[in-house]
Design a protein. Structure first.
Length: 221
């Protein structure tokens, strides 16, 4: 049916495009724990900035984690260098993440929103379902749902109970009859920072790929 795994990708993209009536997907997204064949989402929550720095994002999510939380300059100095502090505070103020409380304190006005609400990751394999399963499990680090996609002629080889046990979805891929065999329930990603970071990376890729979009996020810091 399929000669190479790459031949399955257009079929999978078309399947999800029709299923969700959109085409917000990125191929071969480098996640830091493997290159996901396809990552897609139903909706992008637009921001006018994104993070390219994982460490900065980690500290931002740690610091800006609760509305009305009081933050002192000491909180900033324990996370950022002296050269960074003023520009970061200014940027947080501009983005309305924090507000000045008095000369020594700020408080959290708004939490940082993720650029996407849900991530779906797909690992496509022609017939080697075991290696595909191991990779799909890794993607649960950042994705709400993770799927193993296998050519339909090899679906009978899969230990479906093992996938269900690990909450991994299964997609049978065929030219005319691609279908979801196991649709796992949505889980919270294992790593919140990875979810945010890869959401920003995904968003950047989507809008670079679809040049007709007028919106283009801007890098900061």
């Amino acid at each position: 049916m399929f000669r190479y795994e790459k031949d399955m990708i257009p079929v999978l993209k078309e399947f999800f495009k029709e299923r969700f009536n959109q085409n917000l997907s990125v191929e071969e997204l480098n996640t830091g724990i493997g290159i996901a064949d396809i990552v897609f989402t139903k909706k992008i929550n637009r921001r006018d900035y994104y993070f390219d720095n994982f460490e900065l994002l980690f500290h931002t999510l740690t610091l800006i984690n609760r509305k009305n939380k009081k933050i002192s300059e000491i909180d900033f100095s324990t996370r950022f260098s002296k050269k960074q502090i003023n520009s970061i505070i200014e940027k947080y103020l501009t983005l309305e993440l924090i507000e000045e409380y008095d000369s020594e304190y700020y408080y959290v006005k708004n939490k940082l929103p993720p650029t996407i609400t849900e991530f779906y990751a797909i690992e496509a394999k022609l017939k080697d379902w075991k290696s595909g399963l191991y990779q799909a499990i890794r993607y649960k680090n950042f994705a709400q749902k993770s799927f193993l996609a296998l050519s339909s002629e090899y679906i009978h080889r899969v230990d479906k109970n093992l996938l269900i046990e690990n909450r991994i979805g299964l997609i049978s891929v065929a030219l005319e009859n691609t279908r979801i065999i196991i649709n796992p329930r949505k889980d919270n990603p294992n790593d919140k920072v990875a979810f945010y970071y890869l959401g920003d990376k995904f968003t950047k890729n989507v809008f670079l790929n679809y040049e007709q979009e007028k919106y283009c996020p801007q890098q900061w810091l």
